[in-house]
Design a protein around this ligand. Structure first.
Ligand code: URA
Length: 239
């Protein structure tokens, strides 16, 4: 977004007052004075006017390709977290993960400043679909597909019906796609484990209408497009 537009929307100025404020040297980007009102302000940058932070009117919403070995947490004294992969500006803007992936799970993670949208996306009532690709030990077969569809019984709850599609099967390991409409702790791992298969690799590919961008490297992130954000908001009746 252009700097003058961001100032206009974020600080309630007219476009010409925004340009004037930039000319007068009252605007900083990432702490540095900025004299170009037309400068494109990328995701994660911080903008201030007269020393006061100016928020993005629509907040900040990022898609990350979470790597394995990183915690989904705001901070941790010892381990690296997904927040450590973001620039300082995104952290300061209050961007937070919407839900969790286990330390060893990879793939699509949404981070957003919109707490209400995150809350709705995670609400069990809405049953937003989440799609995973799992590599598991052993040979998957029709009985596993039926067990997922029938609701796998776990110690503390019975999972809702879930779709299991076998992509490769046979020999030592199998590859499958799983679509869940709930998100309990370690759910995919526990469901396979209950059927005698251990998950050796797990990646989330989809969260509601949001699909992992295949061009994002592990540990990479990007801002959602306007279309992606609109689809997410619509999925939780905020559109
Ligand atoms: N299910 C799991 O077991 N782990 C995740 O990170 C997500 C879903």
């Amino acid at each position: 977004m252009r700097l003058d537009k961001l100032l206009a929307q974020g600080a309630g100025l007219s476009r010409s007052d925004a340009k004037k404020a930039v000319r007068e040297g009252r605007v900083r980007v990432d702490g540095q004075p900025e004299s170009d009102a037309g400068r494109k302000i990328g995701e994660g940058r911080t903008v201030s006017l007269d020393g006061q932070a100016v928020g993005r009117p629509d907040g900040l919403h990022l898609m990350m390709n979470k790597p394995a070995g990183v915690l989904t947490a705001a901070r941790d004294a010892r381990a690296r977290t997904v927040m450590d992969l973001l620039p300082e500006g995104a952290r300061r803007a209050g961007c937070m993960p919407a839900g969790r992936l286990d330390k060893d799970t990879e793939g699509l993670l949404l981070l957003t400043t919109d707490g209400e949208m995150a809350h709705r996306l995670l609400s069990p009532k809405r049953g937003i679909a989440k799609e995973y690709r799992a590599r598991v030990t052993g040979t998957l077969g029709k009985c596993d597909v039926a067990a997922f569809m029938g609701g796998v019984r776990l110690k503390d709850f019975t999972a809702k019906p879930a779709a299991l599609t076998i992509l490769e099967s046979g020999g030592q390991t199998s590859l499958a796609r799983v679509v869940l409409h709930e998100g309990k702790n370690r759910q995919v791992r526990r469901m396979f484990s209950a059927l005698g298969h251990e998950v050796t690799a797990l990646e989330r590919l989809r969260f509601g209408p949001l699909t992992l961008d295949a061009g994002l490297p592990k540990g990479g992130w990007r801002e959602l497009t306007a279309e992606e954000l609109a689809a997410l908001r619509e999925a939780v009746s905020l559109g």
